[in-house]
Design a protein around this ligand. Structure first.
Ligand code: GRF
Length: 198
């Protein structure tokens, strides 16, 4: 059984979907902890599923490195097999990535390598593209540059705002995330030999 720690910053709707999937005894992964960089509303989903949660408030630390050191201590205590960044709106410093690589994955609301970074949905809209997408990737020390584990195209529709488009992307992200975690758990995806980027 694959043990998974999930890190969030926001509402945690993707976390919720993963918790629901993992609640099925037939699903080969378990969520063992949920962490956040702030008092995120999504932590309520962990409580609803009786999953331990913790907060390492980013603003309590003088630097990203000090914050990440504390986060790293918590993760070392938990010793998950896999770390899922599910809307964690912080870059992890290279030292923390190196400690866990390749066992950190991230969901992204765009079809990488298109529109990396914190505003993938906004940037796709601003570019006027006809379609964007959702991706699940392995985290490396770049910004959304790691190997792509799954991705899917999503059309941009007339009248789309950032919120409307993002809400249409998220269900796809959830489905891809649940499937990727399942495939990692069953060994169908080998994180130590991930596919190269196209
Ligand atoms: C997702 O689109 C994630 O990819 C992005 O932030 C969103 C998180 O949404 N970085 P939620 O907190 O799971 O609702």
């Amino acid at each position: 059984m694959l043990s998974v720690a999930v890190l969030i910053s926001g509402t945690g709707s993707n976390l919720r979907a993963l918790l629901e999937a993992a609640d099925d005894p037939g699903y080969p992964a378990r969520i063992v902890a949920v962490g956040a960089d702030r008092d995120a509303s999504g932590l309520a989903h962990a409580a609803a599923f009786d999953i331990p949660s913790f907060v390492v408030p980013f603003r309590d630390y003088a630097s990203r490195e000090e914050w990440a050191e504390q986060l790293g201590h918590r993760l070392d205590e938990i010793q998950p097999d896999l770390i899922v960044l599910s809307g964690l709106m912080r870059l992890l410093p290279a030292s923390l990535v190196a400690r866990w690589q390749p066992r950190i994955i991230n969901t992204h609301p765009a079809y990488l390598p298109e529109f990396p970074g914190a505003h993938g949905v906004r940037d796709a809209l601003a570019a006027g593209v006809a379609q964007t997408g959702a991706s699940v990737i392995v985290v490396d020390d770049g910004v959304d540059t790691g190997p792509i584990l799954a991705q899917e195209r999503i059309p941009v529709l007339p009248g789309d705002t950032e919120d409307i488009l993002h809400e249409r992307i998220k269900p796809v992200e959830r489905r891809l995330l649940i499937e990727v975690v399942r495939r990692i758990a069953t060994g169908d995806i080998d994180l130590s030999a991930p596919p190269a980027r196209p």
